[in-house]
Structures are given as structure tokens and as C-alpha cells.
Design a protein around this ligand. Sequence first.
Ligand SMILES: C[S@@+](CC[C@H](N)C(=O)[O-])C[C@H]1O[C@@H](n2cnc3c(N)ncnc32)[C@H](O)[C@@H]1O
Length: 211
Amino acid sequence: MQNTSHAVMSQRVEPGDSADDFPTPPWATRALLEHVISKSATREMSCLEPACGAGHMARVLKEYFSDVRCADAYDYGYAPVRDFLSYPHETNAVDWVITNPPFRLAEEFVARSFEVARRGVAVLVRSVFLESVGRFNRLFDAHPPSKFAQFVERVPMVKGRLDPKASTATGYAWLVWQHGFDDCPRLVWIPPCRRTLEKPNDYSNKQLSLI
Ligand SMILES: C[S@@+](CC[C@H](N)C(=O)[O-])C[C@H]1O[C@@H](n2cnc3c(N)ncnc32)[C@H](O)[C@@H]1O
């Protein structure tokens, strides 16, 4: 029998030419800095959010990094319009590339990020991104991530807006590649943190009206 529950039905299934605009709830970006990568030196570092949409992830990155650069292939009125896959970023242009990429281009985004970031790359992806023979052959075999950080809570994302009441059946994880890391990939769990990492203004009208 088909499962038509709201959570299952709200999985991301997008046409091939879609912008795949699913903004990241701010707490899920804070979770990266609070639970996955060290935030001790990020104040001195630069970071590129190359698919920033309306800026929901970029705004949080600015809480941690002194220099946050942003762009998106589509115009959301927040940042310059640039296709990350064709824009001529310099090699090693920034310390980190951090984003929630369009799912259908996630692999290409990771490959391009390796060229642009000198310290590390972190992408928020569906947990199933770890699967597939093609991705193993093209990406993971030669470039295993240093960390696979699985959210134990769900990270609900809704097309085109932030919705604090949304639900999802999809699991998400932060995948991190850190330069100089030559150990086995580490599997870590991001502990329950939504309640502590959400801030009162995260879903305020001011933030939502920027979408
Ligand atoms: C899943 S949304 C994430 C938005 C934002 N990173 C966040 O976390 O809130 C993916 C974003 O990728 C953008 N995008 C799609 N293709 C792109 C490309 N080739 N270059 C740059 N941005 C792209 C979309 O417009 C959309 O804003």
C-alpha cells in the first residue's frame, strides 16, 4: 500500500531544470559549527556560500566567519548572480566552501569546491548521498570525506521558504572534507540540538520577507 503520510510526501523530488530552492533552517547550519567542525579559528577565516539563495545559511555563517562571500545562480535579491560551476573562482580563493547545494548538482559542487577551498569543504546533503556506485567511483573512492555527520533529528526543508512547522521523512547529514586529514573517515552523530540552536529571530517576519 502506498505511504501517503505528510512527512513521506514532503520528500524533495524536483524536475531536472529546477533551482532546487530549499533553504536551510538556521539551526542546522549552527549545528555544523557547534558539533562538527571546530569554530575556534573561523573568526580569522573566509568562507564561500556559493548557492546562498535568500541567505539563510550565509547569515548564520556570518555569526562564525569574519569574511563570508555569497552568490547564487538565481536572483534572490541577496547576493550576486553566479553559476558556481562555471564562475572563474581562483584556486584556493577561500578557506572554506560551505553550502547546501542543489541536490542534482551536489557531486559537481563538491568537486568544484575542492578547487576553490584551501582548508575545507562542508555540504549539507541527504544521507543517501553516501550511496550509489557512480558517486563511489567518481568521488568517494578517491576523495573520502573526513567526517560524515548524521543529524539524529530531522531537518525539514520546504521549497522556497523557511517553515518552522514543516516535517520530513528525509535524513540529512553534513559531509566534511578537511585538508590535511589523512585518517579513515569518521562517522559522527549530531546530537539533538534544534531547541538549543534556534534563535528567536530565525523565523521572524523580517527574515521570512527576505525570501
Ligand atoms: C537547497 S537550496 C539551498 C540554499 C542555501 N544554500 C541555503 O542553505 O539556504 C540550493 C540553492 O542552489 C542554487 N543553485 C542551483 N544551481 C546553482 C548553480 N549552478 N550555481 C549556484 N547556485 C545554484 C539555487 O538557486 C538554490 O538557492
